[in-house]
Design a protein around this ligand. Structure first.
Ligand code: AGP
Length: 367
């Protein structure tokens, strides 16, 4: 097993560090002359132009990737997209129309609720595109079309590299859809595709920052409960950062859309309560900062993740982690790395079984 870990103490840390390679392996083969090419003849531009609503269905971390996909699809291609938890979708008699598209997302390709959601969509005559990591898995076999992620085997129960490449495939899909529907110029899609190709380089300094993140984890290690807040993409990343932390470090954590704090949660913010604020999106930066400040003025211990040049006013954060400049739309690919590392080091410092957290299985094949 030590050999399989390639010198890393845990599979999770190895897999976090494999993300640049996983991104390149997943994105490069799907770029042709600077433009995204899904390489699925049945999903031609003409077919993409006819899509009504897109339903993204998955569980856990894969569902969080779906949230990023929905935001990218709606922002770029202006096609309505919904995200469903597979175990909800399968029992809620969803409204599906023949020109809709269901996108099923799964690392293992064996998650039982996700497979059941796929079968439901097919029984209603709706085409299913699966984004799957494991070749030949049940979901890959049952779907009409497959876009594989090339993360390689993911052993740690906590999903890291699979999530990142799921987002990459969803970005490529959103780019192609936007181009096919004339919602973005070819020049803009070329620019975004080039930015996506650069993602593996963009995240390398974040991997190198691991000592800083380890130090920050040591400042929060004795916490009982914490909150993640953010808006837009930062909210989706709050959910994922929070799940990762709960899953492996056993620290209770909740993620909130920052604007929701006032609607209940802020009553839990008292002296010393950790708040992890994500503020990477220019459009809502001031709003999130003002939410972080509200928690700080109630005694919260605030850890802020923001961009290199963002102006952080006095009295907002105890600690600030800076990310490099990158397109706001693609920022989740960079932001997820320190969040994964934070969860990882919290778990290590708390003496948890990082790769095999209690009560959890790598793939949930029973309901
Ligand atoms: C995340 O760290 C998880 N362990 C879990 O949420 C996982 O993403 C979920 O069970 C879905 O698995 P799948 O991608 O294999 O379908």
């Amino acid at each position: 097993e030590a050999a399989e870990k390639g010198g890393y103490p845990h599979f999770m840390l190895k897999e976090i560090n494999e993300q640049p390679a996983a991104i390149t392996a997943t994105v490069s083969p799907r770029v042709e002359n600077g433009l995204p090419d899904l390489r699925i003849p049945e999903l031609s531009d003409e077919v993409l132009r006819g899509i009504g609503t897109i339903h993204l269905v998955a569980c856990g971390t894969a569902m969080h990737a779906g949230m990023v996909g929905k935001a990218a699809i709606e922002a770029l291609a202006r096609v309505p997209a919904e995200v469903d938890i597979a175990s909800e979708f399968r029992y809620r008699n969803p409204i599906l129309r023949p020109n809709d598209l269901v996108i099923i997302i799964s690392q293992s390709g064996e998650t039982s609720d996700t497979l059941a959601a796929l079968k439901l969509a097919k029984s209603r005559g709706v085409p299913v595109l699966a984004i799957v990591n494991v070749v030949g898995s049940s979901i890959a076999r049952a779907a009409d079309h497959v876009l594989y992620t090339y993360a390689g085997p993911e052993i740690a129960v906590a999903s890291t590299k699979a999530y990142t490449v799921q987002m990459c495939v969803l970005y490529l899909f959103a780019f192609r859809l936007a181009l096919a529907r004339g919602e973005q110029t070819e020049a803009e899609i070329r620019r975004l595709t080039a930015e996506l190709l650069r993602a593996s380089e963009v995240i390398k300094p974040r991997l190198a920052d691991c000592e800083q993140i380890k130090y920050l984890a040591s400042r929060f290690v004795n916490t009982q409960s914490c909150f993640f807040i953010g808006r837009g993409f930062d909210y989706s990343l709050s959910l994922e950062g929070s799940l990762k932390l709960k899953e492996i470090s056993y620290v209770h954590s909740d993620a909130y859309a920052a604007g929701e704090l006032k609607h209940g949660t802020i009553s839990l913010i008292t002296e010393g309560v950790p708040v992890i604020a994500l503020a990477t999106q220019k459009q809502v930066y001031e709003k999130t900062i003002s939410n972080a400040k509200e928690t700080k003025s109630r005694g919260a211990k605030v850890l802020l993740f923001t961009t290199k040049d963002a102006v952080v006013p006095e009295g907002v954060a105890d600690y600030v982690v800076r990310l490099d400049d990158y397109d706001d739309l693609l920022m989740p690919l960079q932001l997820i790395v320190p969040l994964q590392l934070f969860a990882y080091y919290m778990a290590v410092l708390r003496g948890c079984d990082v790769d095999k957290p209690r009560n959890l299985a790598k793939s949930v094949t029973v309901e």
